[in-house]
Design a protein around this ligand. Structure first.
Ligand code: KG4
Ligand code: ZN
Length: 338
């Protein structure tokens, strides 16, 4: 038997949008009973990035054991679940299809409602998994490998995208710069560690710093690549620290401005890049100066996981009801805005 209270609704969340096969059992959108992640990083590292076909096949292999493990660790029998939620976009189509098909098949067999979850909304809800009473309106800086956006959350399910990147996402810039520096994949955590030993002595550009809430990282990435070519003897750790300083400066300058200008009570972060040590420090410092409440989900809740999918699944099931069983994968799914 599970440790869930009879009044709690248990959702099995499934996440397969990119290169993590993940399943979790979450009670009432906030209490995580299990959170299992099988990473494919080792499979993709030799190619310097995620290979979609390799990712889909690896999801098929890992999916069933990962779901079984999530139920086992939660101590939950299928009959105790109230619904099954899976990410249906945005992401890699072949990867998404594995999670969506699995969730719909299990929902049919176990006679449970199925809920299709938006991956961006899941990153927004990672904060609420750990801090259910976070006050809104809240500005969320969502920074991942595929997205960089500032979102104003007025209430549950009530979002406004204040601005987003016009080209590369912040995580994509980290990964591409790391590849140029010959550091491996994924680049974000490697640059994060390396930058700790370097000095931010190179003045890389801060693109569109004073232009509203939009972002651009492609020019910065090119500027770093040009610097490496022209200065082959530059210390890698100084290049890493200087690049990171430019990214963090742009992200935090815009996020704090958005929070102040919209009258938000707090500033939260989400997405893989939100695991970055320098960004976390800078967000806390900015919030202290501006009188805002910072919320930084734990690092494992920032990167892709299924607990955040289970959380959104619970909210959406109770607000909108189940999703149809012909729900497919939507690679370019946007955040639902009112
Ligand atoms: O949210 P996520 O796990 O997957 C997507 O939805 O994209 O984010 C992955 C991205 C990758 O680009 C990775 O390099 C970056 O997050 N990342 C980091 C750190 N950890 C992961 N970037 C900077 N610093 C980190 N510590
Ligand atoms: Zn993600």
């Amino acid at each position: 038997m599970s440790t869930a209270e009879p009044s709690e609704q248990l959702i099995l969340g499934i996440e397969t949008s990119c290169d993590e096969t993940a399943a979790a059992v979450v009670a009432n959108g906030t209490r995580v009973l299990s959170n299992v992640i099988s990473s494919q990083i080792d499979l993709h590292a030799r190619y310097g990035g995620v290979v979609p076909e390799v990712a889909s096949r690896a999801h098929v292999t890992a999916m069933t054991p990962v779901v079984a493990q999530a139920l086992l660790e939660a101590g939950v029998e299928p009959g105790e679940l109230h619904g099954i939620a899976a990410t249906h976009g945005p992401g890699l189509v072949g990867s998404l299809l594995v999670g969506v098909s699995t969730a719909k098949a299990l929902a049919l067999v176990w006679d449970l409602p199925f809920v299709g979850v938006n991956h961006l909304e899941a990153h927004l809800y990672a904060s609420f998994v750990e801090e259910p009473d976070l006050e809104m309106p809240l500005v969320v800086l969502l920074v991942s490998g595929g997205h960089t956006m500032l979102v104003l959350m007025r209430g549950h399910g009530d979002y406004e995208v204040l601005g987003q990147t016009m080209d590369d996402a912040a995580g994509e810039a980290y990964d591409k710069v790391a590849r140029q520096l010959g550091l491996g994949y994924p680049g974000g955590p490697i640059i994060d560690r390396l930058a700790m030993t370097g000095k931010p002595t190179i003045a890389f550009p801060r693109p569109v710093l004073n232009e509203g809430y939009k972002f651009s990282f492609s020019g910065l990435k090119t500027s770093v690549i040009n610097h490496i070519r022209k200065n082959p003897d530059a210390k890698t750790e100084d290049v890493a620290a200087s690049f990171q300083e430019a990214v963090v400066d742009v992200l935090v300058t815009k996020a704090r401005r958005a929070a102040v200008e919209t009258g938000a009570k707090g500033l939260a972060t989400g997405g893989g890049v939100a695991a970055n040590s320098r960004l976390r420090e800078a967000v806390i410092d900015a919030c202290l100066e501006d009188g805002l409440t910072p919320f930084l989900p734990s690092r494992s809740m920032c990167t892709d996981n299924a607990a955040m999918v289970g959380a959104v699944g619970w909210w959406r099931l109770n607000s909108d009801g189940p999703s149809p069983l012909d729900t497919g994968a939507t690679p370019n799914l946007g955040l639902p805005v009112r």
